[in-house]
Design a protein around this ligand. Structure first.
Ligand code: BG6
Length: 481
């Protein structure tokens, strides 16, 4: 049985900080303010209009804008890479900040200083024998592209994105093991500001034709990356979605039918296009029902069909419930769902379900028969830095242990698993809530929601647990051979 690669993941906007260092341009994440967790704040956090963006542009206070400081990874880079080496991970997933390479997004030439920052990461990882999994774009979009062209609803974005993508593919053409054109591509549907750079001026919902037009442009961009990459670049190319592991609330046939329909739209749609190479028929019915109109050029169908993904990947945090009834709700990644009475939740309301990960692996593999990377998984919660600088995160160890058991079970059942990347391996700013308090890492970063703190790094108890797990896993696999 092939050895699973065990690793960790971060994203540029949540980790790097240094938002104006080395000529980096402003991006969409730099303009998301931190607001304390109240119901009112949740609303304000989500509404990013041109007015709030203009406010953000003139504000120099990085305390208010958490993605401008991230975990101060830019200035702690070497220390962090040393910690990852010591941890013994097999694979590291990180993203490239588009605005570090093309500060406005539509320049003719890339910003050499931005490229050099990533040269350094890649050099260190390669030397250490750690496989490299690059997310080409993880949410953050150069702000200028959103302000000037309206984000991904504009077809010109494909060209600007391709310029960026080709620049980085050419630069590291022999160095990268796995390439991912977009993080959680279905996030464009649930979180259009983050996913596809759409802005709305009031609380009304987004124009759905704009949302699906934007997604279509990202599909074409994704296929074009694969087309170019397969000809000129080493490594495998994949796609990724946020997975939801839906259960029907009751055995009522209505609940089950709703499950299938919601699952199609929320979960399978983007991956069906990117893996099978064409739009699924259920989508045309959905478009008709919701009066959604999207424009496709003649060549798009061919490009999609001829350039499908080599591997698939997903984020998995919780399972969700579908019901036709009114029922108590709880939070989850990107969506609110019905509470499952059989599961415990984190403080943030995300329901903990290791078996759901096994189920998800089966479902994805049955549907596509492509090798899988679990691109994100982990437990986001508060940690306490004790007076002796220790962090006793037994709850995280338990979470990881339970999920790893299910991954190994799924592999024994025949699912082809390439790798597991633990999310936020070094504490980072939460993408959903803009908080630093919602921590995922095995490495603690001493900063708070307002940006106060030393930003020193400390190993949590889960650090040595994960280190031993990886070590032991490979030892056993070697012995089996
Ligand atoms: C995924 C994103 O949706 O979930 C990450 O790809 C994000 O960027 C992760 O951090 C966890 O969500 P949150 O809101 O807890 O940061």
């Amino acid at each position: 049985m092939k050895q699973i690669l065990w690793g960790g993941a971060t994203s540029a906007s949540q980790y790097e900080g240094a938002f104006q260092v080395g000529n980096k341009g402003l991006d969409t994440q730099d303009c998301r303010p931190y607001l304390p967790r109240t119901s009112d704040a949740t609303v304000k956090t989500r509404l990013l209009s041109f007015a709030t963006i203009n406010e953000a542009k003139v504000c120099q206070d990085i305390g208010q804008y958490p993605f401008r400081r991230g975990s101060k990874g830019y200035s702690h880079l070497h220390e962090d890479l040393e910690l990852l080496k010591e941890l013994g991970i097999d694979i590291y997933r990180f993203s490239i900040s588009w605005a570090r390479i093309f500060p406005h997004g539509d320049e003719k030439e890339p910003n050499e200083e931005g490229l050099k920052y990533y040269d350094e990461i890649i050099k260190v990882l390669k030397k250490a024998g750690i496989k490299i999994f690059i997310t080409m774009n993880h949410y953050a979009i150069p702000l200028h592209l959103v302000e000037t062209y309206g984000g991904w609803k504009n077809r010109k974005m494909i060209d600007y994105y391709m310029k960026f993508a080709i620049t980085i593919m050419n630069r590291w053409k022999d160095d990268i093991d796995y390439w991912l054109p977009f993080n959680e591509i279905n996030a464009g549907y649930f979180s259009p500001y983050n996913g596809v750079g759409l802005i709305k001026e009031d609380e009304k919902s987004y124009n759905q034709s704009d949302v699906f037009q934007s997604l279509h442009h990202q599909f074409v961009a994704s296929a074009k990356v694969i087309q170019y990459g397969h000809k000129k670049v080493k490594g495998q190319f994949g796609c990724m979605i946020a997975s939801f592991c839906y259960y029907a609330y009751t055995s009522r046939p209505e609940d089950n039918l709703k499950l299938i329909k919601d699952e199609n739209i929320n979960q399978w749609f983007c991956m069906d296009v990117l893996v099978r190479g064409y739009y699924p028929t259920y989508m045309f019915a959905f478009f008709r029902e919701h009066d959604i109109h999207i424009y496709m050029e003649d060549e798009d169908k061919k490009i999609l069909l001829e350039n499908t993904s080599d591997f698939i990947s997903f984020s998995y945090y919780s399972s969700s419930i579908i019901t036709t009834e009114e029922a108590p709700q709880t939070a989850g990644n990107l969506v609110v769902t019905t509470r499952n009475p059989y599961l415990q939740s984190t403080k943030w309301g995300w329901q903990i379900d290791p078996i759901g990960l096994c189920t998800t692996l089966h479902k994805f593999y049955d549907r596509y028969q492509k090798p899988i990377i679990i691109a994100e998984n982990g437990m986001g919660t508060e940690d306490v830095l004790e007076l002796d600088f220790k962090i006793h995160d037994q709850y995280r160890i338990q979470y990881l242990q339970d999920h790893f058991e299910q991954i190994i079970k799924a592999q024994k059942d025949g699912v082809d698993i390439i790798a597991y990347c633990m999310w936020g391996i070094i504490d980072i700013v939460s993408a959903g809530s803009c908080e630093m308090d919602k921590r995922y890492g095995v490495i603690y970063v001493d900063g708070n929601n307002h940006g106060d703190g030393t930003y020193q790094r400390y190993k949590k108890d889960s650090f040595s647990w994960y280190q031993q797990f990886i070590n032991q896993y490979h030892k056993e696999k070697e012995e089996e051979r």
